[in-house]
Design a protein around this ligand. Structure first.
Ligand SMILES: [Zn+2]
Length: 374
């Protein structure tokens, strides 16, 4: 069974209005609930394409649990054309990244749930979800993006599985999820063919996937006497690079999501044999964000997917105006061993700009730092 609902966002400007299309498959309460969205960063086309193929596949399958699909999660960003380019990553009103500063209601949920929690994990899950729904009723965002974030979280907070479809600039398939969700969530990374899985208990930016999952382990720490499992397997799936909109590849990505959901008994049918996990997960603290130390033109010497070792030259920055005696070529080296999983698509460097990312095993930063890029 499929139903479609349109949810209006509050009107931000007279005469202008936007809405979210929400598709629902299956029956609430009958089995696991899954929430999937695409395009929270509205400039990331591959997610929309995979959601399109996912919808086509779901239309002909029986859903045993419940699936909520939001194929365009950010109509605000999708309207951000500037000159010839769609922006879509930052709110024009305040420059906040649309995938940062999502709701963190843990303290309020804890206050409500404290006297209700017991020893039974399933009952505790139900109590926490009810308290979350009650707390959400008291959240009244002032602006349009805040209202959007509240709606998305309201649709997803009680899901057992949350998949947030994104992409990077020029990248291989990779996945972000909470450390407590590993290795339970390893079948997602394996099925998607992710070469890199990045784990953090707290990334520091409050992205959407973490808003859905972190409250569980935060509450478990807060109430150690009660059994509180990590009840939401929430992940951000980075569907390669921003220009990767190939039908064949996107359809296979959608099929992989279906296979994962079959294995999790959300969709009818037998899942195919689980592919082998390509690489063990690595900590988000271990990501080497290789930054430019000088301005100039970037020439990459390494490809996405290549394994690099510490001190390898990943790129060169060419300075077209070197001072007398100065080399026009600056070598850019990595600080760790690991897979180069993403490169910037822009070929102009300015000091401090991230040029590439390497998934290293050893921590390069403190877990309390903000571990995501802006
Ligand atoms: Zn994104």
């Amino acid at each position: 069974m499929k139903s479609i609902e349109n949810i209006d966002l509050p009107i931000a400007s007279p005469g202008a209005g936007r809405s979210l299309r929400v598709m629902r498959y299956g029956m609430p309460g009958k089995g696991p609930k899954v929430y999937i969205q695409a395009g929270l960063h509205a400039d990331e086309a591959p997610g929309f394409l995979v959601a399109h193929h996912l919808e086509q596949l779901l239309d002909s399958l029986d859903v045993l649990g419940e699936i909520v699909l939001v194929p365009v999660a950010n109509p605000i960003g999708l309207g951000q054309w500037r000159d010839e380019f769609l922006q879509g990553r930052f709110d024009f009103a305040n420059s906040v990244n649309f995938n940062r500063q999502h709701l963190n209601l843990t303290e309020k949920i804890a206050a409500r749930a404290e006297s209700l929690l017991g020893d039974d994990a399933d009952i505790n899950i139900a109590i926490i979800r009810k308290c979350t729904a009650d707390v959400l009723k008291e959240v009244h965002p002032a602006d349009e993006a805040g209202a959007l974030k509240k709606i998305l979280f309201s649709l997803a907070h009680d899901a057992d599985i949350v998949l947030d479809l994104h992409c990077d600039y020029d990248a291989i398939m990779h996945v972000y999820m909470g450390t407590p969700l590993w290795p339970e969530g390893a079948d997602l990374a394996a099925q998607m063919g992710a070469e890199v899985t990045l784990l953090a208990e707290k990334s520091g930016g409050d992205p959407f996937d973490e808003a859905c999952s972190r409250l569980w382990w935060d509450l478990a720490k807060r109430f150690p006497a009660h059994s509180i499992p990590s009840a939401c397997l929430s992940a951000t799936i980075e569907l390669r690079g921003i220009a990767d909109t190939d039908h064949r590849v996107a359809l296979q990505d959608a099929r992989n999501i279906i296979s994962f959901l079959q294995r999790r008994k959300v969709v009818e049918g037998a899942a195919p044999q689980l592919p082998q996990l390509l690489n063990e997960a690595t900590p988000l603290t271990g990501v080497d964000y290789i930054k430019a130390e000088a301005p100039g033109v970037v020439v990459f010497l390494k490809e996405p997917g290549e394994y690099v070792t510490r001190n390898d030259v990943v790129a060169e920055i060419i300075n077209p105006l070197p001072k007398k005696g100065e080399s026009p070529v600056l070598a850019v080296r990595c600080k760790t061993d690991g897979v180069l999983f993403s490169r910037n698509y822009d070929r102009f460097a300015r000091p401090g700009r991230v040029l590439a990312k390497i998934a290293g095993k050893e921590a390069l930063r403190d877990p309390e730092e903000s571990l995501l890029t802006v």
